[in-house]
Write a protein that binds this ligand. Structure first.
Ligand code: HEC
Length: 414
């Protein structure tokens, strides 16, 4: 299975390599369809198609830089056991220690897992019970626990430069580590640790101050041009710089420890633990669907922003979002109830696909990176789009991206 995945990633890689050579005929195809509304979407057309001539003028660094053919398994997504099972580079224990204020992570783990059971909108006992069993096995003081013996495995490292915010004071997206429980009871349980990729000096054009993320993009792209040994060594350098406490943003979870499936985010809180904020870009479908002043407010907001929402360019205000979203297995997800808009026939689906629940269930089976480190159909296509996107960043094109899927014609919810 692993080998099949690696092979298919290599295949995508070589297709992209081909795309890289044929850049004159393909770059616009690489831009997601919904990109049109983005203020910088047109920039791809402005730059000359030959990477070797545009770098100097567009990026302002390394004149003559040639973007290597992006290999997904080198520059965007890592799922090989040699890396993920090497505790000196990454492990559940290490990531918990990095995430926690105390550098250890035991206390954070205890607080986090108990929090699953104490949020009024959702109470899930299993993570808390898991912690109670660790207490019995390892003692009452979580700061003394050996987290390395706990049943979790790292399932992937994900380069999310596509999430870059290309405005002054912006950033170059995220680096993410996914983890899965291998416990017999705490199942299925998947967590994602998000780390910011901050702007570095060479991500901003000197003089104009235009944010391009070209420096960060080239550091990732470069891994595709190195031989295996050199690439792995350089990757470890980038990971050591990237996976730090200072850059840690939050955790996300998708789990089925109790029916139905549930998605949540977990933000570091003042007390050293984590809190469960309203989910990014996830509408509170249940509440919006019921007649209320809030529903009226929502429909008016959708009406006013329909074109931008259809282009997936709008960040949803907190008042329309929900702290946890659930989907029953084997039962169709309840659709968002918005009146048909003849100008934007797929508006409802566009509002849904940017959220956790629809994106994880439309072209995926709840999980994107599985416990065996294989990936969903959705993620496979997403990686191909991210490779083209990374090449554009590395050429200095500063490509825009919509919220939600980057791939050109994502499967939309029914
Ligand atoms: C555009 C589609 C999309 C949306 C929207 C989305 N995800 Fe994901 N999710 C992914 C992909 C793809 C991955 C693989 C890692 C990556 O690409 O960042 C992933 C990975 C994860 C993982 C790690 C386990 C797994 O399934 O691979 C968790 C946990 C997760 N997402 C939670 C969330 C939560 C919570 C939200 C809503 C706030 C959310 N996701 C929104 C596509 C999406």
């Amino acid at each position: 299975m692993m080998r099949a995945l690696v092979r298919s990633l290599l295949l995508i890689g070589s297709l992209l390599a081909f795309a890289g050579c044929e850049v004159t005929s393909l770059p616009d195809a690489a831009v997601p369809g919904e990109d049109a509304g983005s203020p910088d979407a047109g920039m791809a057309d402005a730059g000359p198609p030959d990477a070797s001539t545009d770098a100097g003028t567009d990026a302002g660094i390394d004149a003559g830089y040639v973007v290597p053919n992006i290999v997904i398994g080198r520059s965007l997504f890592w799922n090989d056991a040699g890396l993920l099972d090497d505790a000196s580079t990454v492990s559940f224990a290490k990531i918990m220690g990095v995430a926690a204020d105390d550098g250890h992570g035991g206390a954070l783990l205890a607080q986090w897992f108990h929090r699953f059971n104490t949020t009024p909108h959702s109470e899930r006992a299993l993570p808390a019970q898991f912690i109670d069993a660790v207490l019995v096995a390892q003692g009452a003081d979580p700061t003394q626990w050996d987290l390395s013996v706990l049943p979790f495995k790292v399932t992937g490292i994900h380069n999310r430069i596509d999430l870059a915010k290309l405005s002054p004071g912006g950033h170059c997206g995220e680096l993410r580590v996914s983890v899965s429980s291998t416990d017999v009871t705490l199942q299925p349980f998947h967590a994602l640790f998000l780390f910011r990729q901050p702007l570095e000096a060479d991500d901003v054009e000197p003089g104009s101050g235009r944010v391009t993320c070209v420096g960060t993009a080239r550091r990732w792209a470069e891994l595709s041009s190195l031989d295996e040994t050199a690439a792995m060594a350089q990757l470890r350098v980038l990971l050591a710089r990237g996976l730090t406490h200072q850059r840690f943003l939050m955790m996300e979870t998708v789990e089925f420890t109790l029916a139905p499936w549930e998605w949540r985010q977990w933000l570091p809180a003042a007390d050293g633990g984590v809190e469960n904020p309203p989910l990014f870009q996830q509408l509170d479908v249940e509440r919006i669907n019921r007649a209320s002043p809030m529903r009226d407010d929502f429909l008016e907001w959708v009406d006013q922003n329909a074109a931008q929402l259809d282009a997936r360019q709008v960040e949803f205000p907190e008042r329309f979002r929900v702290q946890s979203v659930r989907v029953n297995q084997g039962v169709p997800r309840v659709p968002l109830n918005v009146p048909a808009n003849p100008s934007f026939p797929m508006l409802r689906q566009k509002l849904e696909i940017v959220g956790c629940a629809a994106c994880h269930t439309t072209d995926a089976e709840f999980v994107q990176t599985r416990t065996d480190r294989s990936v969903s159909a959705f993620y496979e296509k997403e990686l191909a789009a991210r490779a083209l996107h990374l090449a554009r960043f590395a050429r200095g094109e500063a490509p825009g991206a919509p919220f939600g899927p980057l791939q050109m014609n994502p499967v939309l919810p029914p």
